[in-house]
Design a protein around this ligand. Structure first.
Ligand code: DGL
Length: 202
């Protein structure tokens, strides 16, 4: 990275359009930076695939961004970040920043001490990455994890306020009913795009 010009772009990738939520936040925070965004819409979804497949796709994305001359890579995909970034950093030869630790930290800071719910893809929930990150800071904290595999295709389809999307959200979120939860992590970059549905169902 030290050999790269400081005006080189920041590379950002996700399995599809969900990571644009992260790109937009980076553009707001660092308006002077150039950004290159890669959405792997040919292979979305990642969240229902095995860890080894997710890592293989991620390494190809990083190699692509490296060829564009980026100075750093933001892994704007919880599913990839949840598998651990060590292999990715070594493979791509570029520093990679993930979204799990910042998300877990932000949730702990937003919470008043009650439980934290994590919504994520099957791969993210299976990895326990959020629960591990939260319990690393607060071992006694209640963490409820919910896998929501249909949310990503609904968002990619643009069914953001469709009645089917509401029905699916009611089904997925029903286990939160009556639980002592005060904070929800939208643990997939696609989910903020349908935040209004999640808010209204909750
Ligand atoms: N948007 C990605 C995430 O943050 C992955 C969604 C998917 O491809 O299943 O997990």
């Amino acid at each position: 990275m030290k050999d790269l010009p400081t005006d080189a772009a920041i590379g950002i990738f996700d399995s599809g359009l969900g990571g644009l939520t992260v790109a937009s936040a980076i553009a707001d925070a660092l308006p002077e930076e150039h950004l290159i965004y890669l959405g792997d819409t040919a292979r979305v979804p990642y969240g229902t695939r095995s860890p080894s497949t997710v890592i293989r796709y991620a390494c190809r994305n990083i190699a692509f961004l490296k060829r564009q001359g980026v100075k750093i890579v933001v892994v704007a995909c919880n599913t990839v970040s949840a598998q651990g970034l060590d292999g990715l950093t070594a493979d791509g030869g570029l520093a990679c920043i993930g979204v799990i630790k910042p998300g877990a930290q932000a949730a702990i800071e937003a919470s008043t001490g009650a439980g934290i719910a994590v919504l994520g893809t099957p791969a993210t929930i299976r990895s326990n990455a959020y629960e591990t990150a939260i319990k690393h800071v607060d071992p006694t904290r209640l963490v409820v994890q919910l896998s929501c595999p249909l949310f990503v295709p609904l968002v990619e389809e643009g069914w953001l306020t469709h009645s089917v999307t509401y029905a699916v959200a009611r089904e997925y979120l029903s286990p939160l009913c009556g639980r002592d939860i005060d904070t929800i992590i939208l643990g997939c970059t696609h989910y903020p795009i349908m935040e209004s549905v999640i808010q209204s169902v909750i």
